[in-house]
Design a protein around this ligand. Structure first.
Ligand SMILES: Cc1ncc(COP(=O)(O)O)c(C=O)c1O
Length: 385
């Protein structure tokens, strides 16, 4: 049989490929900085609650295409509070994870040949979905000093095929947390041109709680421009339960429901129950985990301040650090060598779009800070030639 050429041309899923380079995955010496997964299980009370609910027969049925009403209400209230804005349950549709939210939003907004503005470096699954759909990513260059994309550059790329600007903040892979002001500039640009601003905020719970991630939800007209994507995967350690959300206008969600109905019908019911429990009961747990990661980002920067180290932290936050390596070599080669010689597993920048050969991504959420000194010592050991 013949396959879709767009799928054939699409690069393989990166995490599996990086692990295929590891000869001994059970080695005690292995330091896993590869995939962005929470290093802990959900708290015991959430697991007990879900166990009891499933035994009682809950979660076994389809839900409304948009998700269960109490979860949509709870998430709307959570966003309204966190962003000091106004979001209603009708603005929310629950998805089977944030990746599915992105795919459905893209399918709702774009046809083959349309364009989406994508800052570099970009999340590989976003890139993969755009390319399998025949949608053209128009990349914004990476500024390795600020790690923030430039709205003026985006303005120059907008044309009649442009459907959306995509921002991921906190960013995967760079860990950069875009300022509310910069996000606001992109919002104004998107509004001016009648296109969508899609914000993937999978890691927003790992921003300092004192800081409002952006002010867009306070704009009474946010629904005309903003499409907000969220994930319950990292915040409540529910990656396997596949639960995320889209926050957008009812006009957009009405169309998106058609896509959702064909692909997932609804988000996994059990995942929705878990997410609702999390929103209702796990605020303190969530803050504790966010604090832990904030401390870890600081510890990573401190460890990398070692005078002999020639690897540089470009940006770090939430789950990730983006590291500039000191070699005149492709990132893939550097990562393979780190695996073979030092048993450090990371991802090459080249997985995150063009012109990223000087960088590697460390997903530090996976690794306790007590290992950072060792990481730095091993990196220094690679600098010998
Ligand atoms: C930016 C970004 N969006 C979406 C996802 C996927 O989230 P989910 O598990 O909710 O599909 C990830 C996971 O790594 C991510 O980094």
């Amino acid at each position: 049989m013949k396959f879709n050429p767009n799928v054939l041309d699409c690069a393989a899923a990166p995490i599996a490929e990086a692990w295929s380079w590891v000869r001994n995955p059970d080695s005690d010496r292995l330091l896993d900085l590869c995939q962005a997964v929470p290093a802990h299980l959900p708290p015991q009370d959430l697991r007990d609650y879900l166990g009891d609910a499933i035994k009682a027969g809950e979660g076994a049925t389809y839900t409304d295409i948009r998700g269960i009403a109490p979860l949509r209400e709870a998430l709307a209230a959570n966003i309204s509070e966190r962003y000091q804005g106004t979001v209603d349950a009708d603005d929310i549709l629950i998805t089977a994870g944030c990746n599915q939210a992105f795919c459905s939003v893209i399918d709702t907004l774009c046809a083959a040949g349309d364009e989406v503005i994508v800052p570099l470096p970009c999340y590989f699954n976003h890139q993969m979905w755009l390319s399998t759909r025949g949608i053209v990513p128009r990349y914004l260059s990476f500024d390795a000093e600020t790690a923030m994309p430039d709205p003026a550059e985006a303005r120059g790329l907008i044309n009649e095929r442009t459907r959306a600007i995509l921002l991921v903040t906190p960013n995967n892979p760079s860990g950069a947390i875009y300022t509310a002001e910069r996000i606001g500039e992109f919002f104004a640009l998107a509004r001016e041109h009648g296109i969508a601003l899609i914000t993937d905020e999978t890691y927003r719970d790992f921003i300092d709680i004192e800081v409002i991630p952006h002010n867009l939800f306070a704009d009474p007209d946010w629904r005309d421009t903003l499409v907000h994507l969220y994930s319950f995967s990292k915040v409540f350690s529910l990656t396997g339960f596949r639960t995320g959300a889209v926050g957008a206008s009812q006009a957009l969600l009405e169309q998106l429901k058609k896509v959702q109905d064909c692909t997932a019908i609804c988000a996994p019911h059990a995942g929705q129950l878990g997410a609702l429990y999390g929103l209702r009961h796990l605020d303190a747990w969530k803050l504790e985990k966010a604090d832990e990661l904030t401390r870890r980002a600081v510890a990573l920067r401190e460890a990398f301040a070692h005078p002999d180290l020639r690897y540089r932290v470009v940006s770090a936050g939430a789950y990730f650090a983006y590291i500039e390596h000191p070699f005149d070599a492709p990132a893939r080669q550097v990562v393979k060598r780190l695996i073979e010689d030092q048993e450090i597993v990371s991802l090459p920048g080249s997985y995150f779009g063009p012109e990223q050969e000087s960088f590697i991504r460390f997903a530090f959420a996976n690794l306790h800070e007590r290992h950072f000194e060792d990481v730095v010592a091993r990196l220094i050991a690679t600098q010998t030639d």
